[in-house]
Design a binder for this molecule. Structure first.
Ligand SMILES: CN1c2c(nc(N)[nH]c2=O)NC[C@@H]1CNc1ccc(C(=O)N[C@@H](CCC(=O)N[C@@H](CCC(=O)N[C@@H](CCC(=O)O)C(=O)O)C(=O)O)C(=O)O)cc1
Ligand SMILES: N[C@@H](CCS)C(=O)O
Ligand SMILES: [Zn+2]
Length: 799
C-alpha cells in the first residue's frame, strides 16, 4: 500500500476502556453480590449492559474497531489465568465442588459442553472471586502492580507440574456480544510471553523455577483460544506484550520470537496484532517485526516516543498494520493534535497501514471530564479523560485519512487550549520556585546518623521489643463515607461531620489501647483517600468529583491532577493527630503520604521534569512534618508505597529517578529532631530492586507488605545488611480472612530469621481501610497475642 492509501485507510481504535460504568455500577453490583444483595444473574446482567454501553459509546464516537475481552469482573490477568486453566490447586478443588451453572461467570446459555462433560467451561463466580480475595480457608493469589501504574493484578502461580487447558468461553462470549451489536471488534488478550513473565512460582515450587520454561506448553492453549475466536468471527486479535518493553535477556527475546513464529504459523487463525506500551519496545522491536504477525501496536508517548526512531532504524513494518498509540492513555492532558499528526505522518512511510489509538488501555484514566463541575471551565479545557481521548483519536484518524482541512475546527480549538495552559499563572508561582531553587544537600540530611538517632528514639519512646503498630487507616465504614457524602451534599454541617470524625477517632484509640498496641494511629477517618485528601489541601492540585480509576478489583481511586506549582496554605493533619494524641499516653503516629506517592497516584505535569514537581510537593510536606513535631508527635510516618511502582521500566532511567525520589523523601523528613522517629511504609510491590533506595530514604522504621510472600521483603532487606528497623506485614489486609495467632506467630518467627528482635516491628501489611471492624478487631488481637508470644520466647525474656 502506498502511504497515501495507507493514510486514507487510517482507522480509530483503543486498546481498552474503563470498565466501571459512569457511576461505578460494576463495583456496586460486585460488592452487592459479595454481600448477598445481588444474585449471580443480576450481576451478569449489569456486566453485560456495561459492556454494551461502552461499545456503543465508542462506536458512536467514531471508533472503527472496538476492543473486547478488556472487561473484567476483577482483573484481566486473573481472567487470563482462567483462560489458560492456570487455577492454583487449592482453588481447583473448591471450584470442582461448585457445579451449579447459575454460579458461573457466564450465563448458562453461553457455556459450552465438552466431550459429554457438561459445564466444563466457564469459571464459577465464587471460585473466581476466591482466587482474587481468598476465603477463610483458601489464600488468594498474590497481588502486585501492573508495571508502573496504580492498577494491580493477581499474580499467576505456575510450576513444573502446571497443566494448561484452554477456556475461551469468556473471550468468545464477549466477542459474540460485540459482533451481535454490528460492530467491528478485536479481542484483546494478555500475550503468552507477558503472562509467563508476570507469573511467579506456585507455593511449594522452588523460587528458582522460571515460568518461561512453560512457553511450549502454553502456546497450544493460546492456539486453541485463537482458533475459537476465529471461529466466533474474530478478524484481528490483539496480544498485549507490555513486558517486552523492559530490558530483556536474549532468552526472553528468543521466547518472544518463537511464540509469534509458532502462533503466526497456525493454519486457521485471526490476524495478530502484538501490542506493547509504557515504554519503547527497544530490542524486542526487530524481533517482533520479523515474525509473521500482521501488526504491531506501539506507544509513541512520553518515554516511548523513541519508538519512532527505533521503527525507522529497523526499516519500518512494510506490509504490516501499525496501530499508533499517539494519545496518552496514562495522563489527562489534551493531546497536542498537530504534533501527533506530524508523528502519524512520519509513520505512514513506515508501515503498510497506520491506525490511530491510545498508547495503552484507557483503563488508567477516568471516564469523562465533561461531568466535572467543580473544575474551573478554563482549566477543564486542558483535560481529556477516556471519552475525550477517544474523540481525539477519532479526530486524528480523520485528519490522517482526509487531511488537516477536515479537522480544522478541532485543530484551532486545540491550539487555543494548549496556549491557555502554557500561559497560565497556575503553573508559575515565584515563591514556590524560589524556595525549590534554594534547597541544599543539607536540607535533605538529618542532623545525626541513624545509630545515634535510634538510641535517642529508644530512650524517648520506651517501646518493648517487637513493638506493635498498624499502618494508619482503620475501616472506612459506610457510615463514614455517608457522613462525607452528607457533608458534600449539605445534609449535615461541618460541626456535625467533625463530631462524627472525632467520635471515630475516640473509638479507634480506645480499641488500640484495649488491644495493647504500642504505637497508635488515629485511623485516618477524615481522609477520603491518602492522596486525594492531601491534594484537596494543596494549592496547585486539582481534585475530581467523579474521576474514578480502577486500582484493584472493586477498589477505585480518583487520582488528582498536579496542574500547577504546589504550596501548602495551612497545616493539613495536625488538628486530628493532636486530638488523637490528647486521648492517650502512648505515642500516636502522625500520618502523611510521601512526595513520590503523591506524584505516582496523581496525574502529573508534563510541562516540567517530574523531579521538580516532587521537590515542590516535598517542601509542602516538610512543613507538615515539622508542624506535627512541634505539635507533639514523636513518631511520624511518611508513606511511600509507590516508590517501587514508579521505577522506570528501563534500567538506564532508574538511577536518575531514584536520585530525585529519595531526595524528595529526605527533604520531607529530614527537618525533625533526632529523637523523632520517622517511619515509612511500602506495599503492593516486589522490593528486590530498590533495596539501596530504601536505605537511602534514611527512615528509622519501614513497614512492608510481606504476609502473602511469607516475609520475602524482610529476607531481601537482610541480604543487603539493611541496618534499620523493619515491620514486615503479618496480616494480609487484602483478604477478608483473619490470620490466627499461630499463623502470625509463624510469620514473626520467620521475620526473626531475617531481622533481629531489636529491629523487628509487628504490623499488618498495609492500612485497614478496606476491611470491616469484626475482622480488624480479631486480626489485631491475634497480632498482639502473637507479638507477646514471640516476645516471651526470646532468649533473655522474663518467663
Ligand atoms: C493504598 N492504595 C491506594 C492507591 N492509590 C490511592 N490513591 N490510594 C490508595 O489508598 N494505590 C494502591 C493502593 C490501592 N488500594 C486501595 C484501597 C482502597 C481503595 C478504596 O477503598 N477506594 C474506595 C474509594 C475511596 C474514596 O475516595 N472514598 C471517598 C468517596 C466515597 C464514595 O464512593 N462516595 C460515594 C457516596 C458515598 C455513599 O453514599 O456511600 C460517591 O461519591 O458516589 C470518601 O470516602 O469520601 C472505593 O470505594 O473504591 C482504593 C485503593
Ligand atoms: N497510611 C495508609 C497507607 C496505605 S498504603 C493506610 O494505612 O491506608
Ligand atoms: Zn500500604
Amino acid at each position: 500500500m502506498t502511504s497515501t492509501s495507507a493514510a486514507a485507510a487510517a482507522r480509530a481504535t483503543v486498546h481498552g476502556y474503563p470498565r466501571q460504568g459512569p457511576n461505578r455500577e460494576l463495583k456496586k453490583a460486585i460488592e452487592g453480590y459479595w454481600k448477598g444483595r445481588v444474585d449471580a444473574d443480576a450481576l451478569r446482567a449489569t456486566a453485560a449492559e456495561l459492556r454494551r454501553a461502552r461499545w456503543q459509546q465508542l462506536a458512536e464516537a467514531g471508533v472503527h474497531e472496538v476492543p473486547t475481552g478488556d472487561f473484567s469482573y476483577y482483573d484481566h490477568v486473573l481472567d487470563t489465568s482462567v483462560m489458560v486453566g492456570a487455577i492454583p490447586a487449592r482453588h481447583r478443588e473448591a471450584m470442582a465442588a461448585d457445579r451449579s451453572p447459575s454460579s458461573r461467570l457466564l450465563p448458562h446459555s453461553q457455556l459450552r459442553s465438552s466431550g459429554g462433560t457438561p459445564m466444563r467451561r466457564g469459571c464459577p463466580l465464587d471460585g473466581y472471586f476466591a482466587m482474587a480475595r481468598g476465603t477463610q480457608d483458601v489464600a488468594p493469589l498474590e497481588m502486585t502492580k501492573w508495571f508502573d501504574t496504580n492498577y494491580h493484578y493477581l499474580v499467576p502461580e505456575l510450576g513444573p507440574d502446571t497443566v494448561f487447558a484452554a477456556d475461551s468461553a469468556q473471550q468468545v462470549a464477549e466477542l459474540t456480544e460485540a459482533l451481535g451489536l454490528g460492530l467491528a471488534a478485536r479481542p484483546v488478550l494478555v500475550g503468552p510471553v507477558t503472562y509467563l513473565l508476570l507469573a511467579k512460582p506456585a507455593p511449594g515450587v522452588a523460587a528458582g523455577f522460571d515460568p518461561l520454561t512453560l512457553l511450549d506448553r502454553l502456546l497450544p492453549v493460546y492456539a486453541e483460544v485463537l482458533g475459537d475466536l476465529r471461529a466466533a468471527g474474530a478478524d484481528w486479535v490483539q496480544l498485549d506484550e507490555p513486558a517486552l518493553v523492559q530490558d530483556r535477556s536474549p532468552a526472553v527475546l528468543n521466547a518472544a520470537a518463537r511464540a509469534y513464529r509458532d502462533l503466526g504459523a497456525l493454519p486457521d487463525r485471526p490476524r495478530l496484532l502484538v501490542a506493547s506500551y509504557f515504554d519503547r519496545l527497544g530490542e524486542a522491536l526487530p524481533v517482533l517485526a520479523k515474525t509473521p504477525v500482521e501488526g504491531l501496536a506501539l506507544d509513541f508517548t512520553g518515554a516511548a516516543a523513541g519508538n519512532l526512531e527505533d521503527l525507522a532504524a529497523v526499516g519500518g513494518l512494510p506490509g504490516k498494520r501499525l496501530v499508533a498509540g499517539v494519545v496518552d492513555g496514562r495522563n489527562v492532558w489534551i493531546n497536542p493534535l498537530e504534533k501527533s499528526l506530524a508523528t502519524l505522518g512520519t509513520l505512514l512511510g513506515l508501515a503498510g497501514r497506520v491506525d490511530v489509538s491510545s498508547s495503552c488501555s484507557l483503563l488508567h484514566v477516568p471516564l469523562d471530564a465533561a461531568v466535572e463541575r467543580d473544575i474551573d471551565p478554563q482549566i477543564a479545557r486542558w483535560l481529556a479523560f477516556a471519552r475525550q481521548k477517544t474523540a481525539e483519536i477519532v479526530t486524528l484518524a480523520r485528519g490522517l485519512a482526509q487531511g488537516t482541512g477536515a479537522i480544522a475546527a478541532e485543530l484551532a480549538a486545540n491550539r487555543a487550549d494548549l496556549a491557555s495552559r502554557a500561559g497560565s499563572a497556575l503553573t508559575h508561582d515565584p515563591a514556590v520556585r524560589a524556595r525549590a531553587a534554594a534547597v541544599t544537600d543539607a536540607d535533605g540530611r538529618r542532623s545525626q546518623p541513624y545509630a545515634e538517632r535510634a538510641a535517642a528514639q529508644r530512650a524517648h519512646l520506651g517501646l518493648p521489643l517487637l513493638p506493635t503498630t498498624t499502618i494508619g487507616s482503620f475501616p472506612q465504614t459506610a457510615e463514614l463515607r455517608t457522613a462525607r457524602a452528607d457533608l458534600r451534599a449539605g445534609r449535615i454541617g461541618t460541626a456535625g461531620y467533625e463530631e462524627r470524625i472525632a467520635a471515630e477517632i475516640r473509638e479507634v484509640l480506645a480499641f488500640q489501647e484495649k488491644a495493647g498496641i504500642d504505637v497508635l494511629v488515629h485511623g485516618e477517618p477524615e481522609r477520603n483517600d491518602m492522596v486525594q485528601y492531601f491534594a484537596e489541601r494543596l494549592t496547585g492540585y486539582l481534585a475530581t468529583q467523579h474521576g474514578w480509576v480502577q486500582s484493584y478489583g472493586t477498589r477505585y481511586v480518583r487520582p488528582p491532577v498536579l496542574a500547577g506549582d504546589i504550596s501548602r496554605p495551612e497545616p493539613m493533619t495536625v488538628r486530628w493527630t493532636t486530638y488523637a494524641q490528647s486521648l492517650t499516653d502512648r505515642p500516636v503516629k502522625g500520618m502523611l503520604t510521601g512526595p513520590v506517592t503523591m506524584l505516582a497516584w496523581s496525574f502529573v505535569r508534563d510541562d516540567q521534569p517530574l523531579g521538580e514537581t516532587a521537590r515542590q510537593v516535598a517542601l509542602a510536606l516538610r512543613d507538615e512534618v515539622n508542624d506535627l513535631e512541634t505539635a507533639g508527635s514523636s513518631v511520624i510516618q511518611v508513606d511511600e508505597p509507590a516508590l517501587r511502582e514508579t521505577l522506570p521500566l528501563r534500567t538506564a532511567a532508574r538511577a536518575e529517578y531514584l536520585a530525585w525520589a529519595t531526595e524528595a523523601f529526605r527533604l520531607t523528613t529530614a527537618g525533625v529532631r533526632p529523637d523523632t522517629q520517622i517511619h515509612t511504609h511500602m506495599c503492593y510491590a516486589e522490593f528486590g530492586d530498590i533495596l539501596q533506595a530504601i536505605d537511602d530514604l534514611d527512615a528509622d522504621v519501614i513497614s512492608l507488605e510481606a504476609a502473602r510472600s511469607r516475609m520475602q521483603a524482610a529476607a531481601e532487606l537482610a541480604t543487603v545488611g539493611y541496618p534499620r528497623e523493619v515491620g514486615p506485614g503479618v496480616y494480609d489486609i487484602h483478604s477478608p480472612r483473619v490470620p490466627g495467632v499461630d499463623e502470625a506467630t509463624a510469620l514473626l518467627r520467620k521475620g526473626l530469621d531475617a531481622i533481629p528482635a531489636e529491629r523487628l516491628w509487628v504490623n499488618p501489611d498495609c492500612g485497614l481501610k478496606t476491611r470491616g471492624w469484626p475482622e480488624v478487631r480479631a486480626a489485631l488481637e491475634n497480632l498482639v497475642a502473637a507479638a507477646r508470644e514471640v516476645r516471651e520466647s526470646l532468649p533473655g525474656a522474663a518467663s
